[in-house]
Design a protein around this ligand. Structure first.
Ligand SMILES: [Zn+2]
Length: 161
């Protein structure tokens, strides 16, 4: 599945999840949106509240999320691997196989302030990319089967075209 495909499926999944989670009415046009164009572009590594994807040199990927700056999270990953501290599935994979991640090619998959929604997006991303992800199986165990069905259906249709 290409990046464009992921964008479409996650727009759908976010809509479903928002219906389930949203408790307060939000106006469609906010002051924030009006003034967004005036802001200077933030370096991707300075962004917070992200779901990110780190590629490994072997072609596999690791998907994680953080509320802190991406730059700080990547430093922690780097430190865990350097100190041979298997705190995450990425560190475990790299230590076990003597691989190195390509941190400079880290991608932001989603930006979401709400922790619960961010965790959902992380799980859905891991499930969608599970064939190449080094993440632990437990990372997707709380993803409802209906979402897995949507992802599987979409992935199957994409592979047919
Ligand atoms: Zn690897």
């Amino acid at each position: 599945m290409n990046d464009y495909g992921y964008k479409i499926i996650f727009l759908c999944l976010r809509s479903f999840e928002c219906i389930c989670i949203k408790t307060a009415f939000k106006p469609t046009n906010t002051l924030n949106q009006t003034f967004t164009q005036l802001k200077t572009k933030i370096d991707k590594n300075d962004k917070c509240n992200v779901v990110y994807e780190i590629p490994c040199e072997c072609g596999q990927i690791y998907i994680g999320h953080t509320q802190n700056r991406l730059r700080d999270r990547l430093k922690t990953h780097e430190s865990n691997i350097r100190c041979k501290n298997p705190k995450t599935a990425l560190a475990t994979h790299c230590i076990t196989n003597n691989h190195l991640p390509t941190f400079t090619h880290t991608k932001i998959l989603e930006i979401e302030k709400n922790r619960r929604k961010r965790e959902f997006l992380e799980s859905a991303s891991i499930y969608a990319k599970r064939k190449s992800a080094v993440n632990a199986r437990r990372d997707t165990q709380f993803l409802h089967n209906s979402y897995k069905h949507v992802i599987n259906t979409y992935t199957f249709k994409r592979s047919q075209t």
